[in-house]
Structure formats: C-alpha cells, structure tokens
Design a protein around this ligand. Structure first.
Ligand code: GLY
Length: 318
C-alpha cells in the first residue's frame, strides 16, 4: 500500500510525480521531496518557492521542513533567501546529527557550502502583487497579512515508511525574519511511521498554539481515524482560540495513517487538497461544512480550469 495527501490544488502536479516514484517502488522520502520541488518550481503558485510572495521589504524568505517518520530525522530551514529548493536543503539537514533547523544567514551559508542551487526567487509577478498590496493597504482597510497557502504533504511507501514535508513563503508582507509553523516540528508537520502523519496550512501563529500536527498524530495513535483526528484537533483549537482570544486564524489540516487512510479538517470554506493511493490516481477535492462536519467533494472540471486561469492570468500594476 502506498499513498500521498497534500494541501491545496497546487500540489496535484507534484503528487502525480510522487505517485510515479511510489508506484516504481521508490521510497517515501524521494517521492515527497520530488513532489514538493514540483510546487516550489512553479512560478504561478505564489505562496511557495519561486514566485513566492515577499515580506514587507520585498524579499522572498522561505520556510521548509522534512521529517522521516521511521528514523525521526528532522531537517528544516526558516527565512532562507535566494535558494531554488528549500525542501532539498531541509532534507539534507535532516541527515545531520545536530543543527537540524537553520534560519536566515546561517541556513544560506550552509546551503552555499553544501553546493545547493542559488536562485533569485523574486519574480516580476510577485513584485506586482507586492506593489498592488501596498496600494490597497494605503487606500482601503485591507490587512497586509492574507496569503499563506503552504504546501504540506504526508507520504506512505510500500515498505510502510512515512514522511512529512512542508514548503512556503509564509505570510505575505510578513516582517523580515518572521518564521511560521511550517518549519516547526509538531506544528506544521509531524509523522510517525508506526501511526501516521499530518501537516498544516493556515495562520502559522495560531497553528503553533495547538502543536496541531502532533496533536492529530497523537489522536490517531489513540485509535481515532485520520478524519476524526483532524476534526477533533481543528474544532478544539478553533474553539479554544475563539474562547481565549475572540478570534481564530485559518486552520486547515491533512493527515494519512500507515494504512493509507486519510482525513482532512478546516475552519475555512473551500479548502482544496489532493490525495492519491495505490488504487486511486491523484484527485483534487474541495471541503464544505455541513452541520459542523467537514465533508469534501471532487473538484469539478470547471473549478480546476478556473483555478489555473486565475493563477496564470496576466497581472497589471494598479
Ligand atoms: N502556515 C504558513 C505560515 O503561517 O507561515
């Protein structure tokens, strides 16, 4: 049995590549790395890798993480600039005995020394988004911080080995040096091959308050299904945040257990995600809330078409 689950529609091309690796008896680590690279390399996915949205100084600072659920190796980078594939660096760091999470200049120094590809990750398209947002903030009451669609994945291979990985440019217009949940073990991701894995997208500052990926794996370990685990963890954190702080940020979680069963929960409308298993080609689903339950439907052809049209449409500076 093999399988992969990932946040957002943007993961489908990567999941398709990863599935080929799993189908050909490749390992979970190679499948998930190659799937994340595919998302990082696409300039139209504006919250991950190349073309990612910049911070408030118009710099693209990226976060990424990799975890091996069998060995518990973890590697992560935070606020790294000018490297093509943060996920490669994160996986490489997971092999080190210490210094597994490096940030900013330290991460860049390490990546340079280890020969990783340098690349200016700020595209003209991202610059237009930046200038347009500055104008909107000035003219209307628009919050700078919307836009935090992390790609988070969980992967199971035929040997029963599981991995989890994330990659993101984090919050649009974030402060220089801000790091979200994505490179933080237990918050943005967690995986244990004896149980299963989970990964998050949403507002990092709130996701971290519940160590939510770890919480989902803990619930699966207690015997809950991936779907129950996601729903319990998301509903609890959402309620706690609202009770204590009056407001909860976006929280969307995906999970898969070591039998290839999967689950999803979110406190937003219309969260999309991609799943594949041995018996199922990659499918994009969209969530819907019905009576406090998170249900999902297969994305229509029209929705998928519009998604790509919107992403690739020409951008003009306002
Ligand atoms: N969840 C991504 C971030 O907040 O940076």
């Amino acid at each position: 049995m093999y399988g992969m689950i990932a946040t957002w529609r943007m993961s489908v091309e990567g999941i398709t590549k990863g599935r080929e690796i799993l189908k050909n008896k490749g390992c979970s680590g190679d499948a998930i790395e190659s799937a994340i690279i595919e998302v990082e390399n696409c300039e139209f996915y504006k919250s991950v890798g190349y073309g990612g949205l910049p911070n408030d100084e118009m710099e693209v600072e990226l976060d990424a993480a990799y975890m091996d659920g069998t060995t518990f190796d973890i590697g992560a980078v935070g606020a790294i600039k000018d490297f093509a594939n943060p996920i490669r660096i994160a996986r490489h760091l997971s092999k080190e005995k210490v210094n597994n999470l490096l940030v900013a200049e330290g991460a860049e120094k390490f990546a340079h020394k280890e020969g990783f590809e340098r690349k200016n990750m700020l595209t003209n398209r991202a610059k237009i988004h930046y200038y347009n947002r500055l104008k909107e903030i000035k003219e209307q009451d628009i919050k700078p911080y919307s836009g935090h669609d992390t790609v988070g994945m969980v992967c199971l291979d035929e040997n029963g080995d599981m991995t989890a990985a994330t990659s993101t440019s984090g919050l649009f217009m974030k402060k220089k040096g801000r790091v979200g949940d994505s490179p933080i073990c237990g918050s943005g991701f967690y995986v244990d091959s004896k149980v299963g894995g989970a990964s998050a997208t949403g507002l990092g500052e709130d996701l971290m308050k519940g160590c939510i990926s770890y919480e989902i794996v803990r619930l699966m370990k207690e015997g809950h299904s991936p779907q129950e685990s996601c729903e319990i963890a998301v509903n609890n954190l959402d309620a706690e945040l609202k009770e204590r702080r009056g407001i909860a940020g976006d929280l969307s979680l995906i999970a898969m257990n070591n039998m290839g069963e999967w689950g999803v929960a979110t406190n937003v409308e219309g969260f999309s995600f991609t799943v594949t298993t041995e018996s199922q080609e990659p499918i994009v689903y969209i969530t819907k809330k019905v009576n406090e339950k998170c249900i999902h439907e297969v994305a229509s052809k029209e929705w998928l078409y519009n998604y790509m049209e919107t992403r690739t449409a020409p951008l003009v500076r306002k």
